[in-house]
Every structure is written in structure tokens, then in C-alpha cells.
Design a protein around this ligand. Structure first.
Ligand code: D5M
Ligand code: FE
Ligand code: ZN
Length: 474
């Protein structure tokens, strides 16, 4: 073998060191022709180990470019939009609110019935001497002087005072939120409904985790806040370069088929008092234009699904229709981008994903005991327990009364993706994957005062063939 190598080199008047000869024999015998060509091209008289190492590097470059063509491109796209809110119904009035709550009540009652419970109405319960189930809205919970708990509850047929005497149920009462719809088991006796059990809508445990048989990856981001002085452009560009196979972890990047953006794409304008002082770009149209400039550089086969957040150009009340077209024209003209509402319900290759910006997380975390910004995933699991994305009605999250309750979780998804709190978190609640995709914005003055510590540049990615999430740092 060595002899053959030497003969070939001799033909071209090229010399070689003993070490380099060894190396060619061991590692590069198949590349001999290319090594010689390269040496001639560079006018090299002696081939050294160094030369081979450089050649090796070049070769690695070539191989990377060849091997890491985008793997994801080999698979057909499969997106189904199951729910995206479009229509804005006429102005809210009392009747609309009543309809809205009635719809929420009926939907949650259905969930209990599906589970095998056969509820009676409050008016029937009052006449009955049997133990029965009622589905009711709780509008007050308080402790009595004798340390028992009494709840004022109603349904469309009437109202009743529900009395909780058992200690273990008193604990459960702490989890009840005002205006929540729950199921009570009990018996009517002397003007009280004596409670023997409390059942929340909750999410049934999913037994089977779906996995795809193709190795594609979905990337979750949110809260880019382009336009803010605190937008971390360098981190964001690093992320974009990674997707363009210009960094480490090329193999993963080449598998990326979808990117979901969970709102707050830009910082907007006039979102908070004195917001302008925090803006680098004071025109929202320009903010979207600039973001498009960056995102349009993504590989052309990556599909980007976008919902708005509270900083985006659409109405504030939830459900929020998609970002208004005239503000984000470029996105609408480019078929790679799919502009949906907040929340939205989509399916990627049969994997159901509920995408919600997450504004109600502030209400949950700041109102309920036991929740804080460091445990974002726990707060997200409350959505499933209550089967509603904004369970604290009348708090900071404005809700528009549509003909039906769009924020209700009637079908349990495989994944819930949110953002808003600027902290990356991944968790699991009853086999539903909870993903919060963090931010690309540095801590703002307000967040400093609130002690909210963001985690910029931490991006959760999902291997869809394993249903496993890993977090990449940019
Ligand atoms: O919200 C990012 C996070 O910071 C979210 O948890 C709300 C909180 N935040 C930030 N600024 C404010 C003000 N001025 N009021 C109330 N809450 C705030 P983002 O939607 O990205 O601004
Ligand atoms: Fe945000
Ligand atoms: Zn937000």
C-alpha cells in the first residue's frame, strides 16, 4: 500500500514525510487522488501531516455541506388548523356575556357527563332526598364561624348554599376559583346541600403518547420583542444562523420542519405607560418589517406558525384574531408563514398542539397562593385542571364574549405551548406536554421591579419521533 502511494506521488514529483505517509495509509487512502490534486494546486513539494490535517478540515467542510442537507425536507408537510378564531362578533352587551357564560357552563357540564357522571339540576336536587351530583358555578366560597365552608353556587335552574363539613374536602376548597364551574356530590338537607365530594373538570390521564415515525423537529419560540431596546438581536441572529446550518448542532437544525411562535413578535407601541422610552423602533409597521427581514432568511422549507400576544397588532381582548394584515403584510404574502389567532389549536402530523400566548399566567401567579414566576409549568397545568385558558374571570386578562367560549379546553391536546412570562419551562401534566418558550428580550425595568428574571435565548425543541423536548441555548 505504502509503495503504491509513493509511486503515485513520485509521478507528480511530490515528496512526503513518513508521518504523513502513515496517515494517508490509515485514513486517506481513498482520497489519494484528491490529495495530489490539492497539492499540485497549492504548489506543495512535500506533503506533511499538517497539510493533511488542513486538507482534512476542508474535507470535513465538504462532507458537512453534503451530509447536512436538510433532512426535514424529505418529509411532506402535514399541518391541520383545527381552530383559529376569525370573526369578531358585534359589540359586547349584557346578553352576550350571559350567552357566553351559559355556553361555558353547558360545555363543562358535557365534560362531566362524558366522564359517566349523571348530574341533576339544582332545582331537582332541592326536591330530592337522594345523594346526587350537581354541576354548578361557584360565585362565593367562605368559612363559617364554626370553621366549616359554605359555597354559594348556582346553575340555570336555581341557586343553593353548599356546605362542606369534611376536613379533607375543606383542603380541596382552597383550589376553587371564583366563577368556576365544578361538580358537587351531595344531598339536600334543611336548606343546605351537604357536600360529600368535589370534582373538578380536570384532564383525564392520556394513556398513549403519540410519536411520529419520521425524525422531524418542531421549534418553539415566543416573545421576540423586536423593536424594544432590550431585544437581544445577536442571540436571535445566532438562532437563525443555527437553522441555516451555520453553527454547531447542524444535524438537529437539519431536522427542523416547523417553528411555532407563541406571540409578542414585536414590542409594539403604547402597550404600557411610557412604553416609548423603551423602544428602539417606534413604529410598529417597521418593527414587523424588520422582523420579516430576519425571518425571511430561514430555510425555505421551514413552516412558521404565528399567533399574536399582548404586544402585537391586533385587539387585546382574548381570543385575539391573527395579527392585522396591513401591519404584517410581508408575512401574509409569504406562504411559509401561517398567521393564526391567540389561542389556536393545530395538528402537526396528528400531534395536537394548543398554542396560547399565556397572558392569564400573570393572573394565576399573582392571585393564587402557591404559584410563582419560577414555577411557570405549574401555573400552566392549572389550565388543564380548570379546562380553561383564563380561569380567573375579571382579572387582568380581558376576555371578549364571543358566541362560544373559545378559551375553553374542550379537546385535550398533546402539547400546550405558551410564552408571555419570558421563562423557558418544560413539564408534563397527565401526559400533556407543557412548553413555555421563554424570550429573546433582556430583563426590562418593570420586570426588575417585579422580580421577574427572564431566561433569554433558551429554546425548547421537540423531537417528534420521540416526543422528547430538549432546550438549546443561543
Ligand atoms: O410580559 C412579560 C412579563 O412581564 C409578564 O409576566 C408580564 C410582565 N410585565 C412586564 N411589564 C409589565 C407591566 N408594565 N405591567 C404588568 N406586567 C408586566 P410582556 O407581555 O412581554 O410585556
Ligand atoms: Fe412578552
Ligand atoms: Zn406577553
Amino acid at each position: 500500500m505504502k509503495k503504491h502511494i509513493l509511486e503515485e506521488l513520485l509521478k507528480h514529483d511530490i515528496n512526503i514525510t513518513p508521518g504523513a505517509l502513515e496517515l494517508i495509509e490509515k485514513k486517506y487512502s481513498n482520497s489519494l487522488k484528491r490529495i495530489i490534486e490539492e497539492a499540485i494546486k497549492r504548489n506543495i513539494a512535500i506533503i506533511t501531516e499538517d497539510f493533511l490535517r488542513n486538507f482534512d478540515n476542508n474535507k470535513v467542510e465538504v462532507i458537512i455541506k453534503e451530509t447536512y442537507k436538510r433532512l426535514a425536507d424529505e418529509y411532506e408537510e402535514e399541518i391541520e388548523v383545527k381552530k383559529s378564531f376569525k370573526k369578531i362578533s358585534s359589540k359586547a352587551d349584557v346578553k352576550k356575556f350571559l350567552n357566553y357564560f351559559r355556553n361555558r357552563y353547558e360545555k363543562i357540564k358535557e365534560m362531566f357527563i362524558k366522564r359517566g357522571i349523571k348530574p341533576v339540576t339544582i332545582s331537582q336536587a332541592i326536591k330530592s332526598k337522594e345523594e346526587v351530583y350537581i354541576v354548578c358555578c361557584v360565585y362565593d366560597v367562605r368559612e363559617t364561624s364554626s370553621k366549616n365552608i359554605v359555597m354559594d353556587v348556582d346553575d340555570p335552574t336555581g341557586s343553593v348554599k353548599a356546605l362542606v363539613l369534611k376536613d379533607e374536602l375543606k383542603e380541596v376548597c382552597k383550589e376553587i376559583i371564583r366563577d368556576e364551574i365544578i361538580c358537587l356530590k351531595g344531598r339536600y338537607n334543611k336548606s343546605f346541600f351537604i357536600v360529600s365530594d368535589i370534582i373538578f373538570p380536570d384532564s383525564p390521564l392520556k394513556t398513549k403518547t403519540k410519536k411520529l415515525d419520521i425524525p422531524i423537529v418542531t421549534v418553539f419560540i415566543s416573545d421576540i420583542h423586536l423593536g424594544s431596546k432590550k431585544f437581544l438581536k445577536e442571540k436571535f441572529l445566532k438562532f437563525i444562523r443555527w437553522l441555516n446550518l451555520e453553527g454547531n448542532r447542524k444535524e438537529i437544525a437539519s431536522k427542523v420542519k416547523y417553528i411555532i411562535i407563541g406571540g409578542d413578535l414585536v414590542d409594539g407601541i403604547g402597550v404600557y405607560p411610557n412604553h416609548e422610552e423603551e423602544l428602539e423602533i417606534k413604529n410598529i409597521r417597521r418593527q414587523y418589517k424588520e422582523l420579516y427581514e430576519i425571518l425571511s432568511k430561514l430555510p425555505k422549507n421551514i413552516r412558521v406558525i404565528i399567533i399574536p400576544g399582548n404586544h402585537d397588532a391586533t385587539r387585546q381582548a382574548e381570543p385575539q384574531p391573527p395579527i392585522i394584515e396591513e401591519y404584517a403584510k410581508e408575512f401574509y404574502e409569504d406562504s411559509r408563514f401561517l398567521m393564526l389567532s391567540n389561542p389556536s389549536y393545530i395538528s402537526l402530523h396528528g400531534i395536537d398542539i394548543l398554542i396560547y400566548h399565556g397572558r392569564s399566567l400573570d393572573d394565576i401567579i399573582t392571585t393564587l397562593p402557591g404559584y410563582d414566576y419560577k414555577k411557570v409549568d405549574k401555573a400552566m397545568s392549572l389550565w388543564l385542571k380548570k379546562r380553561h385558558l383564563s380561569p380567573l374571570y375579571g382579572s387582568r386578562t380581558p376576555i371578549a364574549p364571543e358566541d362560544y367560549d373559545f378559551l375553553l379546553i374542550d379537546n385535550i391536546p398533546d402539547i400546550i405551548h405558551a410564552g408571555h412570562v419570558h421563562r423557558t419551562a418544560v413539564s408534563d401534566y397527565k401526559n400533556v406536554l407543557l412548553i413555555n418558550s421563554g424570550t429573546f428580550q433582556e430583563q426590562t425595568e418593570f420586570q426588575k421591579r417585579m422580580n421577574i428574571v427572564p431566561t433569554p435565548g433558551l429554546v425548547p425543541i421537540l423531537y417528534m419521533d420521540e416526543m422528547r423536548v430538549s432546550i438549546l441555548e443561543f
